[in-house]
Unconditional design. Structure first.
Length: 296
């Protein structure tokens, strides 16, 4: 299944009311799939101005940006929905990594959901994206962001993204090729330091990946957050990154009545070798194959 089919299988939108956050020009839930509201931090016209010429929009460019039904302007999803909520499900593809305080964001998503409502997350796997050389985000960083009520990407995340982001070809990494750490043009530690010096202590918002995950690290952090009772969800499904792809899928179901222990137990235990470590390099695979052939 492609990514849209996987999300449709998770949320089954027919006959339900849902919200997709940040669809831009590539919504996963289409208008004909069910009663869907598109939400973003700006209205469609402002998004078209902001993303004019952005290569991620595809061949249609800004003309393909979906009309925005719900503008999230410094308010929670429930507040922005108003009388249109609560809804049956929320879909967010490549959104959570941009959120400065993911715990609060998920808690606010729960407030916008009906009983037993769903949140479907599509999360980039850092091993196969430009975050390849960044360390994963520990649970403590998520808790700190929550207690500090972060509303902007932290200076550390801005620095790390500018300093470390580099071109990555996911199929090559899956084949065992190692990624050249040379950053994108205009990036690198010196440029990162220059930019964070300019924005530190100001109200300037610099978009960055505030969190970085593998499927395994996300599952570990999620289980701990659920055990702490910080968000009222259980893990309904978890689909780790498939070969030659660069993202994984998590389905959360609102479970107010469940204990934190029961919620935490719903998170699957993933094999770190498969879902956190890099695929073996061609050289190491050749050595292992040669050793087996020699009976070693």
């Amino acid at each position: 299944m492609n990514r849209r089919q996987r999300v449709l299988e998770f949320v089954r939108p027919a006959g339900r009311v849902g919200v997709e956050i940040g669809p831009l020009a590539r919504p996963l839930i289409l208008r004909e799939d069910g009663d869907i509201l598109y939400a973003d931090h700006l209205g469609a016209d402002d998004l078209r101005r902001k993303y004019d010429g952005h290569p991620a929009l595809g061949p249609e460019g800004v003309a393909g940006i979906a009309e925005v039904d719900v503008v999230l302007d410094r308010c929670s999803l429930a507040e922005a929905l108003g009388p249109r909520g609560p809804v049956d499900y929320v879909v967010a593809a490549h959104v959570i990594e941009h959120i400065p305080d993911p715990i609060r964001w998920l808690a606010e998503a729960a407030e916008a959901l009906k009983a037993d409502g769903l949140v479907c997350l599509v999360v980039p796997d850092k091993r196969f994206t430009f975050d390849h050389h960044r360390p994963v985000t520990p649970t403590g960083a998520l808790v700190a962001a929550h207690l500090n009520r972060l509303e902007r990407p932290p200076i550390s995340a801005i620095y790390e993204q500018i300093a470390r982001a580099c071109p990555v070809h996911a199929p090559a990494v899956w084949k065992g090729h190692r990624v050249d750490p040379t950053p994108y043009p205009g990036g690198g530690p010196a440029e990162a330091l220059r930019i964070v010096r300019e924005v530190a202590g100001t109200d300037t918002y610099v978009d960055a990946h505030c969190t970085v995950f593998t499927p395994h690290s996300f599952a570990v952090a999620l289980a701990e957050i659920l055990a702490l009772g910080l968000i009222p969800f259980a893990c309904e499904a978890f689909a780790p990154t498939l070969p030659n792809e660069d993202e994984f899928f998590v389905l959360l179901r609102k479970r107010d009545a469940w204990s934190p222990e029961a919620r935490a137990a719903s998170v699957p235990s993933l094999d770190a070798k498969r879902h956190h470590d890099l695929p073996p390099s061609r050289v190491s695979a050749w050595i292992r194959s040669a050793a087996r052939a020699r009976g070693l």
